[in-house]
Design a protein around this ligand. Structure first.
Ligand code: NAD
Length: 347
């Protein structure tokens, strides 16, 4: 056996351990914690190295890497998006991520991120709504009742104080699943049979559907004055959810414009169309909602800093709870030039 000192062990959070962590804390509390971590990192936005995610597209989906660094810690996420997977009994989105030391390049954490992405996406959506949704918003339309939906509903309950969710999906089975999962949440659950029915009386509309096309989940006539729209599903080139006319009536808030202009709802608009970056609202550099009648739109695509914040949050948790395995991932011979010697000693 090689000597232990010749291998650097990396904490690995499996799906099993991620689920335990979420249950230790509670899903809503964990999303509140993630929202705080993301908000803290958005306040120091300018410290981060930023780049649009690197994508490899195919006819049926996309595979992406999302790197960033705050100068001390480096992070990346691998994520896919395959809308047709669901019909094959597979997830549309799966992910894993890594943190590493900028000083040495050595990994600090490897984690599953399919669950963590759902948690961080919902936390980011609710964080944006905390700054942008109309005062006293209590009802949210949830259009698209797939894998992300319950996380969105619970994050909005915990962080924004909504009390009602109006569910709609083209597949009634998805709505039943979502209603069943949220039955004991304390939210009033209203299953709806059309998008029009779902948005009736809602101050917040979340769209979270998956289809690799320019879809029109919402038409302009469905969006009343004062609404906050949380558009989550349109997140890669050729994949949008909102009719263009809605965008023209809205004040649009984005994560990182160079990425959102490629991937978000605003791919339908000219490059020069004005948008506000969410971090600017959070740091006080730009205004959020300014009037009760304003339509605010968070054009969410998911940005690397949110994953970085989520991974750092998880790494902090591991200091207090042993929900990880030590992964034998890095060969680190005592004499750094004697990698071959290490191999021979293992014989
Ligand atoms: P999913 O496949 O589990 O669920 C999508 C649901 O949308 C399905 O139930 C489907 O029936 C429904 N749907 C499709 N077309 C519809 C329509 N016209 N009207 C109503 N419902 C419709 O997918 P998911 O994991 O929940 O992800 C949803 C979307 O969110 C995906 O496009 C994904 O890429 C995106 N996403 C974005 C972020 C982000 O940070 N912005 C993060 C994660 C996922």
């Amino acid at each position: 056996m090689p000597l232990p000192s010749e291998r650097a062990f990396v904490p690995f959070v499996s799906v099993e351990n991620m689920m335990r962590l979420v249950h230790d804390i509670g899903p809503e509390e964990m999303m509140a914690g993630l929202a705080d971590a993301i908000e803290a990192d958005f306040r120091r936005w300018e410290r981060f190295d930023k780049t649009p995610r690197i994508a490899a597209h195919s006819e049926i989906g996309v595979i992406e890497l999302m790197p960033t660094s705050d100068g001390e810690t480096y992070g990346f996420k691998y994520v896919n998006g395959h809308p047709a997977n669901m019909r094959r009994g597979l997830q549309t989105v799966t992910a894993f991520g890594l943190l590493a030391s900028v000083e040495t390049g050595y990994p600090l954490l490897l984690s599953e991120m399919t669950l963590l992405t759902a948690l961080r996406t919902a936390a980011t959506s609710a964080l944006a709504a905390k700054w942008l949704a109309p005062e006293g918003a209590r009802s949210m339309a949830m259009i698209g009742n797939g894998a992300q939906a319950e996380f969105q509903a619970l994050a909005f309950r915990r962080i924004c104080g909504i009390t009602e969710v109006r569910l709609y999906d083209i597949d009634a089975e998805a709505t039943h699943k979502c209603a069943r999962n949220l039955a004991a949440s304390g939210l009033r659950i209203v299953p709806c049979t059309s998008a029009e029915d779902a948005v009736a009386g809602s101050q917040i509309i979340t769209t979270c559907t998956a289809d690799k096309q320019y879809a029109t989940i919402l038409t302009d006539n469905l969006v009343g004055a004062g609404t906050h729209i949380n558009a989550v599903g349109g997140d890669c080139p050729g994949k949008t959810e909102l009719h263009r006319d809605i965008l023209l009536r809205s004040d649009i808030y984005v994560e990182y414009p160079p990425q959102t202009r490629i991937e978000g709802e605003i791919q339908q608009l000219p490059q020069e169309h004005p948008v506000t970056e969410l971090w600017q609202v959070i740091s006080g550099a730009a205004p959020g909602r300014q009037s009760a009648g304003q339509i605010t739109l968070f054009d969410s695509v998911g940005f690397a800093i949110e994953d970085f914040s989520a991974l750092r949050y998880v790494l902090d948790l591991l200091r207090h709870t042993p929900r990880f395995e030590a992964l034998d991932m890095i060969a680190d011979p005592a004499d750094p030039r004697d990698l071959y010697g290490m191999l021979m000693r293992a014989r």
